[in-house]
Design a protein around this ligand. Structure first.
Ligand code: NAP
Length: 506
């Protein structure tokens, strides 16, 4: 992809291109958020429309007028409901609050096209709103046909144009990024969870700003300010940054971005790892050159479907019939591997002797296949039980194991039982794939790692059975991926600490 020289952002360079969004119901809460935002960036958007009443808006702006935040650049927004905001007033009221914001020291304001079109006096410059104006267009439904490029003349009506559209596909967000690359004084915001990778990479494509909430994320796909800056390092990403990621559906629960980005930060690697919510595999694969993806992890439901798009595949992954790791070669072709296999072995070998052991794998999907192959190759006698007996039989045949019916679990004994179904996974933590009576073994491993202690593991503990959570497997498969992509050993301790801390914090 051609390198584009971008015009400097009117918001300044470096971290100031990250815009911290203060959005609260009361002036008191907002006044607490603002200094937190200013620790990370000088650019703060004040969502005046989020404040629950005019008296809260008045209180906030009176407070702001008395503060002395050196170098801070405030952007006032009072978006009406008609334009997708929270403000119940009309255009006159919106303009009133923007003018008050100027008196309180705001240098910028965000005016929606819906307001600009209906201005009684035609030009926003006729009003004493903050001197620098961002004209914003939002489409909360879709990403419509976009113009070739956008630019604001130096002495024009507005200083910056923002287009924020809902990304329904990954390629929607790529269209917005291409526009950012060709435009001047432009802000690109692909909205929604699918749009997140684009939202994050917008800065390196020339977008003048990337937004992040100071408080908790308030919409799917949003990532908090500290995470955007310190984990994803949005303001430091360039076209030289290697992009990795995980594709899946759903993907929000994945801890892989936390694990890999923690590793990149610890090793000062110029690389970033992004969560791609992928409904349509082909759509994602078409965007690899635009994003500059060098490699990606694959999770539910794409581990098996990805095989047909690979130019080549590791022998073991082909035997397993599932790929969880892809390397994008220099010529753009894809090479697949399976590190779930390494993960299962890494987690179990330390706890039991696998050779000649009797191990039951419950489930017959992608991870069950990796586990069954790993166990069979380590010399275990493998039993498969699955709700679809045909799938159990097929996997049992592939690993020279035995398919057994569910009713047999109340009488058969095993050295270990592995759950390879999603039953009990967050948020359905009250479910268990197997009952107490079916746990006739010395060790139970749940491949699920969120929560750390699944209901299944709690039942096993009740019965005095040793337990292994999916965390060890998750870490081991992730370390193996890192080594494949980076060709060096990962900072395991830092990555483990970050994931554990997150899981323990709930
Ligand atoms: P998958 O390919 O979709 O397979 C899921 C399996 O579970 C299938 O056999 C499915 O049966 C069965 N299943 C689904 N719902 C069930 C239910 N209600 N009752 C009984 N069986 C049910 O998924 P996967 O990739 O193998 O992942 C399975 C689990 O392992 C997930 O929770 C995943 O998070 C976890 N995992 C963890 C790691 C780790 O590193 N710790 C790695 C990979 C996966 P049908 O075919 O009949 O639908």
């Amino acid at each position: 992809m051609p390198q584009t020289k971008h015009s400097p952002s009117p918001f300044g360079g470096g971290q100031n291109r990250i815009c911290a969004v203060a959005a609260c119901q009361t002036a008191g809460e907002m006044a607490q958020q603002i200094p937190i935002g200013l620790r990370e960036t000088a650019t703060v958007e004040l969502r005046l429309d989020w404040l629950r009443s005019d008296s809260e808006r008045e209180k906030l702006l009176r407070w702001l007028g008395k503060q002395k935040f050196r170098g801070a650049r405030f952007l006032a927004t009072c978006r009406r409901r008609a334009a997708g905001g929270e403000f119940g007033g009309d255009i006159q009221a919106e303009l009133f609050w923007l003018m008050e914001a100027r008196r309180a020291g705001c240098e910028w304001c965000d005016v929606e096209v819906e307001t600009e079109r209906e201005l009684p006096d035609q030009s926003i410059r006729e009003y004493a709103v903050p001197p620098r104006v961002m004209l914003s267009l939002h489409d909360f439904e879709r990403t419509p046909k976009l113009p070739e490029s956008v630019s604001c003349p130096p002495c024009g009506e507005v200083d910056v144009v923002k287009i924020a559209t809902s990304a329904k596909t990954i390629s929607d967000s790529v269209r917005l990024l291409r526009l950012a690359r060709r435009s001047r004084c432009f802000v690109a915001v692909p909205m929604g969870e699918i749009g997140f990778p684009g939202r994050l990479l917008a800065l390196r494509e020339g977008s003048a700003l990337a937004y992040a909430p100071i408080g908790e994320a308030t919409a799917p796909g949003q990532v908090g300010l500290r995470e955007l800056k310190h984990l994803y390092r949005a303001h430091l990403l360039t076209r030289r940054t290697e992009v990795y990621g995980v594709i899946g559906d759903p993907i929000r629960h994945s801890l892989s971005p936390l694990m890999h980005n923690t590793g990149f930060v610890a090793r000062k690697q110029n690389a970033v790892y992004l969560p791609f919510l992928v409904h349509d595999l082909k759509d994602f694969l078409g965007t690899i050159p635009d994003f500059g993806v060098c490699g990606f992890s694959v999770t539910i439901p794409h581990k098996e479907k990805i095989l047909k798009y690979l130019a080549d595949c590791d022998r073991l992954a082909a035997d397993i019939g599932a790929v969880n790791t892809v390397v994008v070669r220099r010529n753009g072709s894809l090479y697949g591997l399976n590190t779930d296999y390494v993960g299962v072995l890494g987690a179990l070998e330390r706890r039991m002797k696998l050779r000649a052991s009797r191990v039951l794998v419950f489930g017959a999907g992608g991870s069950a296949r990796a586990a069954a192959f790993a166990l069979a190759r380590a010399g275990s006698q493998v039993f498969i039980c699955s709700r679809r007996n045909s799938a159990a039989k097929e996997l049992a045949r592939a690993v020279e194991g035995e398919a057994i019916p569910r009713r047999a679990l109340r009488s058969e004994n095993f050295d270990a039982i592995l759950n390879a179904t999603p039953v009990g996974m967050h948020p359905r933590e009250n479910e268990t794939p197997l009952s107490l009576q079916e746990l006739r073994c010395d060790l139970v491993m749940d491949l699920i790692y969120r929560p750390l202690q699944t209901k299944l593991l709690k039942l096993a503990k009740q019965k005095g059975i040793a337990t292994v959570s999916g965390l060890d497997m998750f870490l081991a498969q992730g370390f193996a991926q890192w080594e494949i992509w980076m060709e060096t050993k990962p900072p395991e301790a830092a990555m483990r600490r970050a994931v554990l801390r997150k899981l323990q914090s709930g």
